[in-house]
Write a protein that binds this ligand. Structure first.
Ligand code: AMP
Ligand code: MG
Length: 423
C-alpha cells in the first residue's frame, strides 16, 4: 500500500505557496503529487477492456506476424536473380495465398505467384507487384529497378516475442483491443473502476420536474458532470442536490467520502459561501480552499474527505467544466492508473484579437475549423461569461491563453484543446 500524501506534503513542492493566488500549473502540480492510483486489479475479456487502464505490461508471447509475408499481390522473387537493365524472365513454379503457404523452395530463375498476407516462400526475399509485370504462360517478366526486400513484411515487425506489446498504464483504445487479439490473448488485467460521487450545492437549485420560483435555477451541473464522468468510464454515484446548510452538507460529504474514491461537489466554494463549507471540511478531512489565477474558475477546494480525494468545484456551469477538464480529469485519470494523461494542444491562428492580462490562465470557448488556406483557425463563441453554458455547447474547443501570455493579435497562433477525438 502506497503511503497517502497529506496536503502539506503535496504543497511542499512549491516554494511560494499562496492559496489565495495560486497559478494553474502550481495547483496542477499539487494535485498530481497528492493523488495515488487505485491498486485493485481485475481481469476482463478483450471487449470489456475498452477504455480501461492496463494494470501490467502485456508481454508478447508470439511474433506477429509469425512469418515474413507479402504486403502486396504479385510475384515473390529472389532479388539476386534480378538484372539491373531490361527485364528478368523467371519461371512461375506455384502460388502462395494467405493461410496456404507454398511447400516448394524457390530456386535460381524461379518465382512464385503470391497474394497479400501469404508466407514468403523459402528462398524469396522480394515481392514485385502484379501491376508492373508481364506474363507469358508460366514466364513472368520483371522490369529492372526493384529494391531488394520490397513489399515484404518481416516476421515480428508488429510485435516481437518477449517484448512489451502494450505498457501498463495505457488506457486501452480500439487499436489496443485488436493488438491484444492479434496475440491470441482473451483477457487482460486492468485496474478496477474508479468510484466517483458527486453532488450540487445551492438553495437556489431545483431539479427537473420541479417548478422554478423567483431566483431559482435548474441544476445543470449534475448533468454536465454526469456526461464528463461517463466519458471517463468511472462508476458514478449521483447524490443529488444538497441545500446550503451545514448539517446537510456534512451528511452528504461524510457519505460520499465513505462510498467513493473521489468526491466532486459544485458550488459553495466562492468567497461568500466558503466559510461554512470550510468548517464542515475541517471536521471531515484535509481540504484547502484556493483562489486560482484562472478565468473562469478561480475558487476551488481540494484535498481529502475521509479516504476520498475531494474536488470542490465552483458553481458556475462553465467554471465547473473548465475546472473539471483542467484539474479533476487529470487527477482522476492518475487515480485510474493511467500514464499518458495530458492532451495535446492544436495550434491555430486566432481569427480575431483576444484581450488578456498576463498573470492568469484564461480558458475561452472557441470554434476550431480549417481555413480557406488549409490551416487551422479559431474564433471565440459568443458571450464568454462563466455562467453562459451555451458558449460551451457551441464550442468545439477551449482556447487556452497561458499564465504569462498577453493579449493575442488577430492572426497570432493560440493553443486549443479540441473536444472531439476519434472514437
Ligand atoms: P456558487 O459557486 O455556489 O456561488 O454558485 C455560482 C453560480 O453558479 C450561482 O449563480 C449559482 O446559481 C450557479 N450554480 C451553482 N450550482 C449550480 C448548478 N448545479 N446548476 C446550475 N447553476 C448553478
Ligand atoms: Mg451556491
Amino acid at each position: 500500500m502506497t503511503q497517502r500524501a497529506t496536503l502539506a506534503d503535496a504543497i511542499g513542492c512549491l516554494s511560494d505557496y499562496d492559496p489565495r493566488a495560486l497559478a494553474v500549473h502550481d495547483a496542477q502540480r499539487i494535485i498530481e503529487r497528492f493523488v495515488t492510483p487505485v491498486e485493485a486489479i481485475e481481469r476482463v475479456a478483450i471487449r470489456e477492456a475498452l477504455d480501461r487502464v492496463l494494470a501490467s505490461d502485456l508481454i508478447s508471447t508470439i511474433d506477429v506476424p509469425a512469418h515474413d509475408n507479402s504486403a502486396m499481390d504479385g510475384y515473390a522473387v529472389r532479388s539476386v536473380d534480378l538484372v539491373n537493365q531490361g527485364e528478368t524472365a523467371l519461371t512461375i513454379v506455384g502460388t502462395a495465398t494467405a493461410g496456404r503457404p507454398l511447400d516448394a523452395s524457390i530456386g535460381p530463375g524461379q518465382a512464385a505467384r503470391i497474394m497479400t498476407g501469404a508466407v514468403m516462400p523459402p528462398g524469396t526475399d522480394t515481392v514485385v507487384v502484379q501491376e508492373i509485370v508481364r506474363t507469358e504462360g508460366q514466364i513472368v517478366h520483371i522490369p529492372a529497378g526493384q529494391a531488394p526486400g520490397q513489399n515484404r513484411r518481416l516476421r515480428g515487425e508488429d510485435l516481437s516475442r518477449g517484448k512489451p506489446a502494450i505498457a501498463a498504464g495505457k488506457r486501452l483504445t480500439p487499436a489496443d483491443l485488436g493488438l491484444i487479439a492479434s496475440l491470441g490473448v482473451a483477457e487482460v488485467p486492468v485496474r478496477r473502476r474508479l468510484r466517483v460521487a458527486f453532488f450540487s450545492t445551492g438553495d437556489e437549485l431545483r431539479s427537473i420536474g420541479e417548478a422554478l420560483g423567483p431566483g431559482q435555477v435548474y441544476d445543470s451541473n449534475r448533468y454536465t458532470l454526469h456526461g464528463m464522468l461517463s466519458r471517463l468510464g468511472v462508476e458514478i454515484i449521483d447524490m443529488g442536490v444538497v441545500p446550503d446548510d451545514p448539517q446537510s452538507l456534512e451528511d452528504a460529504m461524510r457519505i460520499a467520502g465513505e462510498s467513493a474514491d473521489a468526491v466532486i461537489s459544485s458550488g459553495g466554494v466562492s468567497v461568500g459561501e466558503a466559510d461554512f463549507t470550510r468548517e464542515v471540511m475541517a471536521k471531515l478531512g484535509d481540504v484547502a480552499f484556493w483562489t486560482i489565477g484562472m478565468r473562469p474558475g478561480r475558487p476551488m477546494a481540494f484535498g481529502r474527505i475521509g479516504k476520498a480525494c475531494y474536488f470542490g468545484l465552483p458553481g458556475n456551469p462553465v467554471a465547473v467544466m473548465v475546472t473539471f477538464y483542467f484539474f479533476a480529469r487529470e487527477a482522476l485519470m492518475r487515480m485510474m492508473g493511467a500514464t499518458a494523461i495530458r492532451l495535446p494542444y492544436v495550434r491555430a491562428r486566432s481569427m480575431y484579437g483576444i484581450r488578456k492580462k498576463p498573470g492568469r490562465t484564461e480558458y475561452q470557448r472557441g470554434i476550431l475549423e480549417v481555413g480557406t488556406d488549409g490551416s487551422m483557425q479559431v474564433r471565440l463563441t459568443g458571450g464568454q461569461g462563466s455562467g453562459v453554458l451555451r458558449s460551451m455547447s457551441e464550442a468545439n474547443c477551449i482556447v487556452v491563453l497561458h499564465h504569462d501570455q498577453d493579449s493575442v493579435a488577430a492572426g497570432e497562433p493560440v493553443d486549443c484543446l479540441a473536444f472531439d477525438g476519434l472514437v
